[in-house]
Design a protein. Sequence first.
Lengths: 313, 313
Amino acid sequence: MENKITNLFKIKYPVIQGGMVWCCGWRLASAVSNNGGLGLLGAGSMTPDLLREHIRKCKSATDKPFGVNVPLIYREAEGIIKTIMEEGVKIVFSSAGNPKTWTKQLKDQGITVVHVVSSSKFALKAEEAGVDAVVAEGFEAGGHNGKEETTTMALIPQVRRATGLPLIAAGGIATGAGALAAMSLGADGVQIGTRFALSEESSADIRFKEHCTKLEEGDTLLALKKLSPTRMVRNPFFARVKEAEDRGAPADELLQLLGQGRSKTGIFEGDLTEGELEIGQIASLIDGIEPVETIMKQIVEEYNRALGLLRAW
Amino acid sequence: MENKITNLFKIKYPVIQGGMVWCCGWRLASAVSNNGGLGLLGAGSMTPDLLREHIRKCKSATDKPFGVNVPLIYREAEGIIKTIMEEGVKIVFSSAGNPKTWTKQLKDQGITVVHVVSSSKFALKAEEAGVDAVVAEGFEAGGHNGKEETTTMALIPQVRRATGLPLIAAGGIATGAGALAAMSLGADGVQIGTRFALSEESSADIRFKEHCTKLEEGDTLLALKKLSPTRMVRNPFFARVKEAEDRGAPADELLQLLGQGRSKTGIFEGDLTEGELEIGQIASLIDGIEPVETIMKQIVEEYNRALGLLRAW
């Protein structure tokens, strides 16, 4: 199987592991790359020094391509970009920020650059900035999210129509059937976050993983829309946010309620009460914590099985 | 092409036209049925007498199967159900209410009953009530919507896993590629609302249709969550709702702001300022007002073309 995405990254399957904060160290990224996908280190929860360590360990753990995800508004972004260049990483996924800031410099170093967007308008801005591909991420995705609330089903065909760039679909995709749906909508590949965040190799706390695999439909919601819309699990912290939002609390008060480091508290330290538990809506479809090898095999098998069931009209 | 849905309704393509309020009279329903799909009369904006007239006109306009959509919480629901039985309609889609109330009586009259749900839990309740199929409708759909905010991409595989009933996907589907995505996720058919609401045969006001075909991504949002979550276009009425919601207005105040008949004002009378303009998120993908014959042909052609582009992994 070969297409724009497998050729761009030199990988076997057009499956990218989302570079989520607190989940994506060298163990997860190398496992995904070793199993035919593209693993990403999640630099948004690392210092430049820690990232350097993860890049080096990832290189020891796989001879396959891997990349780094950088949220451009992260206060350490400049140091992260510098580290990426120094360590010779060949693939960068940028998100949450202006793609014009770093794309040219990265491209000049021979780095493949992909930007994550939540709308066709931002896809065109990324194209103007010179990126090699875009990830279009729908409303169902975990964590930070677009203000337009466009779902993957509605977003992908619109980004497909807007740009000829290689297009990776994200948000709500956890299985082979989901990947096939995304390809049907015109994507060239998929980015899978939630399912890998809940894999054995993810560095999220086991309590976070176990809790997320027991969620039911409706157990995550988009909150903090007056700050930056964020999908999180309904837990006691969420309940306080919702209470404040329902009575019209201003952005300041929400910012104070959020405080510092809540996603670390929830995802990395496993505090299910006080933490901000960022995970995608599709978590309710996932029932167990599995190794990446099993997940990748299942996705590919399910994709092919679901494809075999489709009939012409 | 034959499957559970084409066999259940005796139709050519597994494409159902959503039975939206103010859009779906005999012209639209008969056009969809005459072109190989299943047309539905939208009884939620009709008196029983008006429905009787539409049923009779629909019968004169097509010899193909058609049905009626009934929102069960509608104050005229009982009269509507009575009219359906008296006029010998063979297919009922019920929504917004308890499927136990009428399903048995309808089934006893030999009527095929389908219920619209927004979650697996409600799909199981519908199955218990004895329905013949379910429509699972995602967050991207226009008008009234589930509290769980589950998108079509996340919802369909979960309803598929929960029940063996014939499954119709709805929400965000307007093209053949969207239909193929839904079938990839495990649906047996699709319900298309927005695209038919904006067709030539739809009874919505031309100003509403023209406005909706010019929308961009992010131009519809879910509002009125303290009453009943409803997707509508951002217009001056929406802005007043949002202002009230942002400052924490209670349900009472929102109810008063909403008042009576706002969806009629917007959709049927074409008041783009004061009306509640209910339409799906996928409206931004639709650029023109076309006849149903063209729409159905395009959907089938696009479906087959998109299927032909899929490759095994």
